[in-house]
Ligand binder design. Structure first.
Ligand code: GLC
Length: 538
């Protein structure tokens, strides 16, 4: 019996990619903040998860106003996280273990401490240096009102005034000035940055705010906002704005694609593109643009059969027409952790595990956020400990609760996250006492833990994926149950995944041999419990 070999497809089409939020993964030097050496020291753990790739959030030189998404130097590692030599060592260690490494690229904005922005401030109005950013004169007789009514995603106006009276645009924090992508020098600089990291050997890029970059010419007001940015028309789509998804972005990704293709190996890029429709999303993954975009549909849906069916249908509607491979995301460093999103406690955990199993059964790539493998719930970070600029600017509940340093071992903070014993190190966000139930050490002893479950499921997926078709067939089941089948290719068995989103058991003994269970099948009865999923070879 011959199975279609995985090696026929580029690695990223079927990858399980593990997202490392560098500040919170592992701390090598004992300052309470995660770093590159910490990652290197945990490469065996990552290999043991059976994932294919790692995505590292920004570790470049940065004042850390948005924890690295404010980059001051794109070609260096922030001393907080180590050195370029540490990066090279980590990359080599990952590659030795067969792990690909994707780094984060932040092209929409720089840090206010970037040399270009400092030059722009010093050079004054009308200067060449100001052209690289979005400087503009204000409105009103003395220019004391912002140039338009745009609002920062993190809350407040998207404009800040500088000493000589001009304003600069920042769609995020005021320490993150937006670049002017109409200036050719910006494009040239980013091509050079791409080459810098490709030359070092990275396997790809996650492109931050890929739907940003260009702004509609004339910087028109957002229709539906009042002059002070207040929402007048709540029905208006939040994506239909003059600063998102402008046509110019596609030429940038075409240019980058040519650069990636000129390097040996399957180098890839995946975009964080929040856009309003499947058609818009498809434009980012045309064959000469990005390889993938994150599919965020799942993040905001409840655990229900109609919602899951809709996620799957819309995903295929988006990527199908252009032949791109789908991606699946249950959480990341910007959203509430899955267990909590699904109701918390045992219920939330069962649903999170069921969703994980579903995601791993679907064709395409699955992106797993650190801590998901431990079933970590959201942490309720005390107001005085909050650090996220969205919280500090009043723009939302804040994202700190999903960014608390991981618990590795022991029974007290820092739970092995940092070297040193209890009380010796203060982690940058405090870890709650209840983390002791979730440590890697604790869960590694138990094959039925969330960690044991994920390791097993990802390993089984790895064994199966090369023999599975890239398309799915939805199966008729009860309304509150979602089931789909991927046919086997070249004589390999197919895989059926069944998810019970209902409130009563569902009979599944007609389906075949179960392969992976999330504590899901009531023993000996052939019944799939509510809030769980299972795989069957069929
Ligand atoms: C992206 C990142 C987020 C960051 C923002 C600004 O959405 O995921 O963490 O704050 O971009 O760079």
């Amino acid at each position: 019996m011959t199975f279609a070999s995985d090696s026929r497809l580029p690695w990223w089409r079927n990858a399980v990619c593990y997202q490392i939020y560098v500040r919170s993964f592992a701390d090598g030097d004992g300052d309470g903040i995660g770093d590159i050496a910490g990652i290197t020291s945990r490469l065996d753990y990552l290999e043991g998860l059976n994932v294919d790739a790692l995505w590292l959030t920004p570790f470049y030189r940065s004042p850390q106003a948005d924890h690295g998404y404010d980059v001051a130097d794109y070609r260096d590692v922030d001393p907080l996280f180590g050195t370029l030599a540490d990066f090279d060592e980590m990359l080599a260690g990952a590659h030795d273990r067969g792990l690909k490494v994707i780094v984060d690229l932040v092209p929409n904005h720089t840090s206010a401490e970037h040399a270009w922005f400092q030059e722009a401030l010093a050079a004054g109005r009308g200067s060449r240096a100001r052209d690289r950013y979005k400087f503009s004169d204000g409105r009103g007789p003395d220019g004391s009102e912002p140039p338009n009514n745009w609002q920062s995603i993190f809350g407040g106006s998207a404009w800040t005034r500088v000493d000589d009276g001009q304003w600069y645009l920042h769609l995020f924090d005021s320490s993150q000035p937006d670049l002017n992508w109409d200036d050719p020098e910006v494009g040239d600089e980013f091509e050079s940055i791409l080459r810098f990291w490709l030359d070092r050997g990275v396997d790809g890029f996650r492109v931050d705010v890929a739907h940003g970059l260009f702004k509609a010419s004339g910087l028109p007001d957002v229709a539906g906002f009042g002059p002070g940015g207040e929402t007048l028309d709540a029905t208006m789509s939040q994506w239909d704005r003059p600063y998102w998804d402008q046509p110019g972005v596609h030429d940038v990704y075409r240019r980058w694609r040519k650069v990636l293709d000129s390097y040996p190996g399957d180098r890839m890029m995946i975009g964080e593109a929040w856009v309003g429709s499947p058609e818009s999303m498809a434009r980012y993954v045309r064959p000469d643009e990005m390889h993938q975009v994150f599919n965020f549909h799942w993040l905001s849906t409840p655990f229900s059969a109609p919602a899951l069916r809709q996620v799957i249908d819309e995903t295929y509607a988006a990527v199908g027409p252009v032949g791109a491979s789908p991606t699946w995301v249950l959480s990341n460093h910007d959203v509430v952790r899955t267990v909590t999103h699904y109701g918390g406690g045992d219920l939330g955990l069962s649903r999170a595990k069921a969703s994980m199993l579903t995601m791993l059964a679907l064709p395409g790539s699955a992106y797993v956020y650190q801590g998901e493998e431990l079933g970590l719930p959201q942490v309720d970070v005390a107001p005085e400990d909050r650090q996220d600029p969205t919280w500090l600017r009043g723009g939302g509940v804040g994202r700190d609760g999903c960014r608390v340093p991981l618990p590795w071992s022991g029974s007290e903070p820092p739970f092995g996250f940092s070297p040193g014993g209890p009380g010796e190190v203060r982690t940058w966000l405090p870890q709650p006492e209840w983390f002791r139930e979730y440590t890697v050490e604790h869960q590694s002893r138990d094959p039925y833990s969330t960690l044991g479950f994920l390791r097993y499921a990802v390993a089984r997926r790895r064994g199966l994926v090369g023999g599975l078709s890239g398309s799915i067939e939805m199966l008729e089941r009860r309304d509150d149950v979602v089931a789909f089948r991927r046919a086997g290719v070249d004589g390999a068995p197919g895989l059926i995944c069944v998810v019970n989103c209902g409130t009563t058991d569902h009979v599944v003994d007609d389906l075949g041999a179960p392969v992976v269970l999330s504590a899901a099948l009531a023993e000996g009865t052939g019944q799939l419990l509510p809030n769980s999923a299972a795989w069957f070879l069929a």
